[in-house]
Design a protein around this ligand. Structure first.
Ligand code: ADP
Ligand code: ADP
Ligand code: ZN
Length: 223
């Protein structure tokens, strides 16, 4: 057995996927693959892909499945992913879920687990509107629930903390609608295939991490 693990972390915008994926990936020797981060990196680097995605992201719509699958395909072969991966914010459509199965199959791998972080909508809006992110290293903060030691400055690297343009109120509303329309069906897809484990995301960050740890299967549980 390869001992590699592939875990999808689902949930609405603001559920805490990025926060939890970073923790769980590090502990489990996996890489974190966040398609949102990959798109923002492309945008910051000024690549054509990044420029094309910018408007779509600002509007809260989904970037095309081809572009997303291309990004994931590249990252999967990086050395930091040799222990497997935690997917954050991907797949967001049923076609992406099928595409992921293909990418893993090409590598002789399969998806092990799907976890979904559940959070009520009112809490989501509070989380997204208070979210801050380090411009330099991407570390996540919240002005009330997880502030930096010094306002506006990253604890990890001293970088500047900024608000994401798509965390504006109008865009939040649209992103929630897109989640309900396009991403919720991914849950049904997985419920009928690998199975889905629900995680109560409406508790403090450490308690959610603990709940995820309890559900995660050990690396050699497969086969
Ligand atoms: P959040 O989890 O807070 O909604 P992300 O960082 O995952 O935010 O995504 C930000 C934006 O990037 C999305 O609203 C969408 O425009 C784009 N995006 C990220 N991942 C995907 C994906 N898998 N498919 C399509 N678009 C994506
Ligand atoms: P997602 O990747 O699902 O969009 P994030 O991990 O970026 O979500 O979290 C959204 C915001 O909520 C961030 O500001 C983060 O610090 C905060 N947050 C994450 N998990 C919790 C939690 N369990 N309780 C309170 N705030 C949280
Ligand atoms: Zn930083």
């Amino acid at each position: 057995m390869s001992g590699r693990r592939y875990v999808v972390l689902m949930g609405p915008p603001g559920a805490g996927k990025g926060t939890q994926a970073s923790r769980v990936a590090e502990e489990g020797g996996m890489c974190k693959i966040s398609t949102g981060d990959l798109l923002r990196e492309a945008l910051a680097a000024g690549t054509e892909l990044g420029r094309k995605a910018e408007k779509t992201m600002k509007a809260g719509e989904l970037v095309s499945d081809d572009v997303i699958l291309g990004l994931v395909d590249e990252v999967l072969d990086r050395s930091e992913c040799s222990g497997g991966a935690v997917f954050d914010g991907f797949p967001r459509t049923v076609d992406q879920a099928r595409g992921l199965e293909g990418l893993l199959a090409q590598r002789g791998e399969t998806l092990d687990q799907v976890l979904i972080i559940e959070v009520p909508e009112t809490e989501i809006v509070t989380r997204l509107s208070g979210r801050r992110v380090c411009k330099t290293c991407g570390k996540l903060y919240h002005i009330s629930f997880g502030p930096s030691r010094q306002e506006g400055v990253c604890d990890a690297c001293g970088g500047e903390l900024v608000q994401r343009p798509d965390d504006a109120p109008e865009t939040i509303t649209r992103r929630l609608a897109v989640y309900a329309e396009e991403t919720a069906p991914v849950r049904e897809h997985y419920a009928a295939t690998v199975g889905v484990t629900a995680i109560d995301g409406d508790q403090p960050i450490d308690a959610v991490t603990e709940a995820i740890r309890r559900e995660l299967q050990p690396a050699d549980a497969e086969g």
